[in-house]
Write a protein that binds this ligand. Structure first.
Ligand code: NDP
Length: 454
């Protein structure tokens, strides 16, 4: 345990009370360190306040549209169903308030001091709070400031929103243009499409969800097109004009027709949030992607300053930030060295239908292993059997031909993220295709496809 250093106000000062910062704070405090954290927006961070959690609630809300549309197939008569955006928006906001309070209580109960202020580094062991002007000293500083929506330069960008603003819209936009075709774009395309908006996804390249297995991406593209989402590829934004009635017109560089919209959501990636942090005061130079470079222990080039989470741009996922925060606190204050494993990280896109994956794609495995076998299942989810809906699920196992080990699992279909989380344990444990085959199917389920691929 690190003893409090009398020459410093705190053992640890954390900048940013998001997933990584809160975990690091409370674990360090639990190890006996005196800890303070500064947060300039709201305690909880992006995931809780304006990311994963409220997004997932919007996904649930929008899925009722699908269930209601197909309820008649199961004998239900539903009359007068209508959707009210402000009701949903305010319910989501209330839940965010609840979580914000819960995270704040967690800090309090772990005796972590918190400042609702912006902190800037002024030296290897000092920060200054912007509003109060107070200078605070600490033996160690942890930067956990996350990432920030990246807005590519185009005229009229000020008329567009990012994921920061999308949760607070006054009304449900009838026509939405989404720039980018990554996680956020595909998730909000599904939400708005299901809620009844006309959705156009515009990407600079000809791909959606780069990094996922091509078969999943093609399946999602086909299904979402059938559901009414329009795509414009190889079409970087040229400019966005705002008309006097408040409507927007998006001009693209593909030479095609401009698109009229009531809202334009820019989801073209998130860059490490380092602006004005005072990194120059401690000689920290940013990496090529704007990230703070760190070693395996999260230490920056300044020995007393550490960083975890999206600001280090290793893997931009909440559970990774949490693990990095935990490992930092255990390592520095608990004398418990635990390295974060970046191997076999499961991930999901809450598109409609959702997709989920763990391990390398087929193409990646072929490049790294050479001898690779794949097993696939292309099936009609049972829930769709009554309806005219032709959407099919698709699962793929990527197996090392030499060892029979299952390297990767790739899934698109209802509940894919729920199923994949459990299946990821098998991949992490290094189980073989023979182990999958030896597992008895749980019938009838979609997950049983995982053990029935021959
Ligand atoms: P992504 O990195 O997922 O996707 C970015 C998209 O924007 C791509 O389609 C990319 O095109 C395009 N793009 C990138 N740079 C530019 C540019 N300069 N001009 C125009 N288009 C550009 O970013 P998101 O914003 O969707 O999400 C940010 C991060 O947040 C994700 O990486 C993810 O880690 C995290 N996240 C995770 C979620 C989850 O786990 N379910 C949900 C939401 C976010 P292309 O590559 O085709 O050229």
């Amino acid at each position: 345990m690190t003893m409090a250093q009398p020459q410093f106000d705190y053992d640890l000062f954390v900048i940013g009370a998001g997933s990584g910062g809160v975990r690091a704070s409370r674990i360090a405090a639990g190890h006996g360190a005196s800890v303070a954290v500064a947060e300039e927006f709201r305690i909880g961070g992006t995931c809780v306040i304006r990311g994963c959690v409220p997004k997932k609630l919007l996904v649930y809300a929008s899925q009722f549209a699908d269930d209601l549309a197909h309820a008649a197939d199961y004998g239900w008569t539903i009359q007068g169903a209508r959707f009210d955006w402000p009701t949903l928006r305010d319910a989501v906001a209330r839940d965010v308030d609840r979580l914000n309070a819960a995270y704040t209580r967690t800090l309090d109960s772990n005796k972590v001091a918190h400042f609702l202020d912006r902190a800037e580094i002024t030296g290897p062991n000092s920060v200054r709070l912007k509003q109060s002007g107070q200078t605070i000293t600490a033996k160690n500083i942890l930067i956990a400031t996350g990432a920030w929506p990246m807005m590519p330069p185009f005229a009229g960008a000020e008329h567009c929103i990012t994921s920061n603003e999308v949760f607070g819209l006054d009304t449900l936009p009838q026509r939405v243009v989404i720039a980018g075709a990554g996680y956020i774009a595909m998730e909000f395309a599904g939400i708005f499409n299901a809620l009844g908006s006309t959705v156009t996804v515009v990407n600079r390249s000809d791909a959606i969800l780069r990094g996922y297995d091509i078969d999943l991406r093609e399946r999602l593209l086909a299904i979402t097109r059938a559901r009414g989402i329009t795509y414009r590829f190889n079409a970087p934004f040229d400019r966005v004009d705002k008309h006097s009635d408040g409507s927007l017109r998006v001009h693209l560089q593909d030479g095609g027709e401009p698109i009229d919209a009531d809202a334009v959501l820019v989801a073209t990636g998130r860059t490490p949030n380092t602006a004005g942090l005072g990194l120059d005061q401690v000689g920290i130079a940013l990496g090529a992607r704007g990230e703070i470079p760190v070693d395996a222990d999260g230490r920056t080039s300044c020995p007393s300053v550490f960083a975890v989470g999206d600001v280090t741009d290793r893997v931009q996922l909440t559970p990774i930030a949490i693990r990095e925060g935990q490992a930092f606190a255990d390592g520095q204050f608990g004398k418990k060295h635990s390295a974060v494993s970046y191997d076999a990280i499961p991930s999901a896109v809450f598109s409609q239908p959702p997709l989920a994956a763990v391990g390398p794609t087929e193409a990646e495995a072929r490049a790294s292993h050479g001898d690779v076998k794949t097993y696939t299942s292309d099936f009609r989810p049972m829930k769709n059997i009554f309806s005219q809906r032709i959407e099919r699920g698709f699962y793929k196992l990527v197996v090392d031909g030499a060892t029979d080990r299952v390297l990767g699992i790739h899934m698109i279909g209802p509940d894919a993220p729920e199923i994949l989380q459990a299946a990821a344990i098998a991949v992490k444990a290094g189980l073989t295709k023979a182990d999958f085959d030896a597992t008895v199917a749980l019938h009838p389920s979609m997950a049983e496809e995982l053990v029935l691929m021959r």
